[in-house]
Design a protein around this ligand. Structure first.
Ligand code: UFG
Length: 338
């Protein structure tokens, strides 16, 4: 199959490209390289033996996107990762987020409609659930008002896809990621945060390697067993593999509805302190951290009900928390050598 991967040089996109190529699919990447590096293409080739086709342009550029789809109307499926993803930045600059994340989506769907491309997989997020009332959270849990413009772009995007699917031959699938961490076992690709990381895992590895001085643990007064917030961390390679299954399900016409949603999590919740403990155990390193106040906008706890994804996709996350934290560390060590 020929699959378009937007944002394919990014964190989840690069891991997914590797898994798609390992499964025999042909990948074409479109990326504007706004938050990634062109060298990732060579890294993908090192792992999978194939350098994916690549075009650099911005998907918010309607003319370029239209032209791209005209030239590539033999694409069978699209996995759309390309988006801005920093929660805090989106609060400071909402229009930048709405423009980038929504215009690009509309352009792609238009390109699909005009060229009869049917299958669209969307990078969504568990952020759409807010703080769920019931845990583990299922795909049927009510969508809550987004806590940030970033989260809102994920909600609105799902609605745009849903509305489009209703009146076109396009089929959509939203994959709602919990907290992807870790890196490919080769340590050749991984997360490359620009500037100071917002997310927990890269902040931990950068602190231990000496780039940052100290991790701030945001709050130990949550109503959780150790007082720190709980998330469902999932290995990025498990996420990547789910995308291969998802796009194959679509192209092979196995969908039960024209728009499907799946949680991509492990079903296990870990607190911030438990992640730190895992990291220190598997690496033998000591992390310098201190407890500070809660971070605005953070929820107390969330983890996925994975039954629907397990049963319907035949997919299950395989890697445990220790494998996640160790692979993140090995990637940080490899980055030091570059
Ligand atoms: N944390 C710290 N210190 C840090 C960074 C994070 O204590 O320096 C804590 C957070 O407070 C939170 C946990 O670590 O309890 C995880 O935080 P992340 O920033 O890594 O992840 P979030 O759960 O806040 O956000 C992630 C994605 C978002 C997505 C959201 C959905 O980054 O894109 O999950 O819940 F919207």
């Amino acid at each position: 199959m020929k699959i378009l991967v937007t944002g394919g040089t990014g964190y989840i996109g690069s891991h997914t490209t590797v898994e798609l190529q390992n499964s025999g699919h042909e990948v074409i990447i479109v990326d504007n390289l706004s938050n990634s590096n062109i060298n990732v293409l060579d890294s993908i080739e090192k792992i999978s033996g194939i350098k994916p086709e690549f075009e650099q342009f911005d998907l918010i550029d309607t003319e370029k996107t239209t032209d791209f789809f005209k030239r590539n109307n033999d694409i069978q499926g699209i996995i759309h990762f390309a988006a801005f993803k920093a929660v805090g930045e989106s609060v400071d600059n909402p229009l930048m987020y709405y423009r980038n994340n929504l215009f690009s989506l509309v352009n792609i769907l238009q390109g699909m409609k005009d060229n009869n491309i049917e299958n669209f997989v969307f990078s969504s997020s568990c952020t759409v659930y807010g703080q769920p009332e019931e845990l583990p959270v299922t795909e049927n849990a009510p969508i809550q008002k987004a806590a940030s413009p970033y989260g809102n772009t994920k909600q609105i995007s799902e609605e745009i896809i849903f509305d489009t699917v209703k009146v076109s031959g396009i089929k959509g699938m939203a994959l709602r990621y919990f907290n992807p961490i870790g890196a490919h076992k080769s340590a050749i690709i991984g997360e490359l945060p620009l500037g100071i990381p917002n997310n927990l895992m890269p902040f931990i590895t950068q602190t231990v390697i000496g780039i940052r001085e100290q991790l701030r643990v945001f709050g130990d007064d949550y109503s959780t067993p150790d007082g720190t917030a709980i998330r469902d961390y999932i290995h990025v390679v498990d996420i990547a593999k789910a995308h291969v299954i998802a796009v194959e399900r679509m192209v092979n016409k196995k969908m039960k509805k024209d728009f499907e949603m799946f949680n991509l999590g492990t079903g296990n919740g870990y607190s911030v302190l438990e992640v730190i403990k895992s990291f220190e155990k598997v690496t033998g390193e000591k992390l310098n951290y201190k407890i500070v106040d809660r971070r605005a906008g953070d929820i107390t706890q969330v983890w996925a009900d994975t039954k629907f994804a397990n049963d319907e996709l035949g997919w299950k996350a395989e890697k445990d928390i220790d494998e996640m934290t160790l692979s993140a560390w090995n990637w940080e060590l490899a980055l030091k050598e570059i």
